[in-house]
Ligand binder design. Structure first.
Ligand code: B1M
Length: 218
């Protein structure tokens, strides 16, 4: 097997120790960190994301895959910063006010990081004012929100309205997801994009920022 095949397999197996060992070994051998990020770690996300969407991988497995990608990416981060490589884009993410569910949001964050985005995670039960303040910093291209409860949906709508009202919507795209949403509800709430799962959240983020997406998922 080629070395990247071994790395792809380790990530797919959710074997973070093995993934770290392979990444460290490749760095020692002098592999270019940008090549390692793109062809090694990010490329491994394609099969994981596809298998998750196709129902071949399940949530606990994807969490392990995402963790393995994250650990590998963490090793590369300082080297990429030194090389002056810009992240694909910056995303601020949180679960909306009144909602304490964070497993899905954490997976979306990990997948985004694995795909080369810089992600600031605001946590759970995030006030609209906090989203507005973060969006107003001009650091982020995407404001991403997760909502799981019927009762937290109005907070998602209020947060988007607050972004509009406070004039910080220009220059940022709003991406939403979570079990209580679908594309129609997301559109009605005023979001720019909706994704039903973490793999498609990565695709949607790329689409919103005009970046090339890999293979589109149905
Ligand atoms: Co709660 N809960 N819960 N819960 N909980 C649900 C959501 C519920 C459907 C269960 C049910 O009744 N069948 C129900 C909501 C019903 C509704 O409102 N329509 C519910 C309820 C009612 C409640 C409480 C009110 C219960 C109570 O106290 N009476 C309470 C509310 C607390 C609060 O938030 N204020 C509550 C509490 C909890 C726990 C704390 C016990 C725990 C959360 C622990 C945690 O998150 N750290 C919990 C859990 C675990 C669940 C279930 C069982 C699982 C949720 C989950 O993590 N799913 C859930 C029932 C279920 O879904 N089977 C349920 C796995 C996760 C990966 O999926 O979050 O959908 P999900 O994320 C997906 C996609 O949605 C998408 O990608 C993810 C990965 O593919 N996605 C995005 C998510 N965010 C995205 C953002 C994006 C894009 C995609 O872009 C930004």
């Amino acid at each position: 097997m080629e070395t990247f095949d071994l790395l792809h397999q380790a990530v797919h197996d959710g074997d973070d120790r093995k993934a770290v060992e392979i990444v460290e070994g490749l760095l020692k051998k002098g592999t270019d960190p940008v090549h390692l990020l793109n062809q090694g770690l990010i490329a491994s996300l394609e099969k994981v994301g596809k298998d998750f969407s196709d129902g071949l991988l399940f949530l606990p497995e994807v969490m392990l895959c995402a963790h393995a990608i994250n650990r590998g990416t963490q090793l590369l981060e300082p080297l990429l910063a030194e090389a002056g490589v810009q992240p694909r884009g910056s995303v601020v993410i949180g679960t909306v006010k009144s909602d304490q569910h964070d497993i899905g949001k954490n997976i979306v964050s990990m997948m985004l990081r694995g795909a080369g985005f810089r992600v600031k995670d605001l946590g759970i039960d995030v006030d609209p004012e906090v989203f507005v303040a973060e969006a107003g910093k001009g650091e982020f291209q995407v404001v991403a929100m997760s909502a799981l409860l019927t009762t937290s949906l109005p907070w998602l709508e209020q947060t988007i309205q607050a972004l509009d009202k406070e004039g910080v919507r220009d220059g940022v795209k709003v991406l939403v997801g979570g079990a209580v949403l679908d594309a129609d509800k997301a559109q009605a709430a005023g979001a720019d994009g909706y994704a039903p799962d973490a793999a498609r959240a990565v695709d949607k983020c790329k689409e919103l920022l005009g970046l090339a997406t890999d293979s589109p998922r149905e």
